[in-house]
Ligand binder design. Sequence first.
Ligand SMILES: C[S@@+](CC[C@H](N)C(=O)[O-])C[C@H]1O[C@@H](n2cnc3c(N)ncnc32)[C@H](O)[C@@H]1O
Length: 213
Amino acid sequence: MSETWLSDTRSSYDADASGYFEKVRGLLGERPYLRASLALFAELVHGAGGGPVADVGCGPGYVTGHLHELGVDAFGIDISPEMIAIARREHPGLRFEVGTMTDLDLADGSVAGVLAFWSVIHVPDHAVPGVFDEFRRVLRPGGPLLVGFHVGDETRHTSEGYTGRPINVDSHHRSPGKVAGWLRDAGFTIEAELVIGPDEDGPGAVIFARSDA
Ligand SMILES: C[S@@+](CC[C@H](N)C(=O)[O-])C[C@H]1O[C@@H](n2cnc3c(N)ncnc32)[C@H](O)[C@@H]1O
């Protein structure tokens, strides 16, 4: 792991895994637009013939678990071993592996769908095209992709985790247009974009895309 931002992200989430888990547990219950997005994503996966779906940057695995409840054969990948340990503990029947979205340990065309919820936010601009190339490589042609991210045009640095421990991680806030442009360049067609909370401080967005056949 030669890139500093990768090792910083991993060590930061390792240090803050339990704090992050406490912060987000039960979150989906309060987020109807995210639940609806996941339900639609599940429908798209089923409509494309079903199969394994990678939740990339899965954190403590609650989205992976939710997809599983929707009948999706989801598994999780995260750069943080501590996050993966929590995901395995909380969802003992599901598969979670340590790995990085910059170099996925998955065969070409081996997954039916890819989901990345607020994980590409930690990838600096110069490395995003390579990550989206990876998503395209591992997805079956015509497979759906769902990406969630913070909307904005700034990079926020965080130096203290939820439990007060020192961490060192950047979060890149981006416009949907910028993210969609990278996805098109990687060989995806954009099917839908949803901005969530545009009038709030800290809006988010999800983009539904499909791997070009
Ligand atoms: C803000 S959390 C989001 C977690 C979960 N997807 C959610 O929606 O709550 C970002 C997650 O992405 C993971 N992550 C960051 N960079 C990664 C990378 N290069 N490869 C895999 N996971 C990564 C972090 O370890 C962390 O668990």
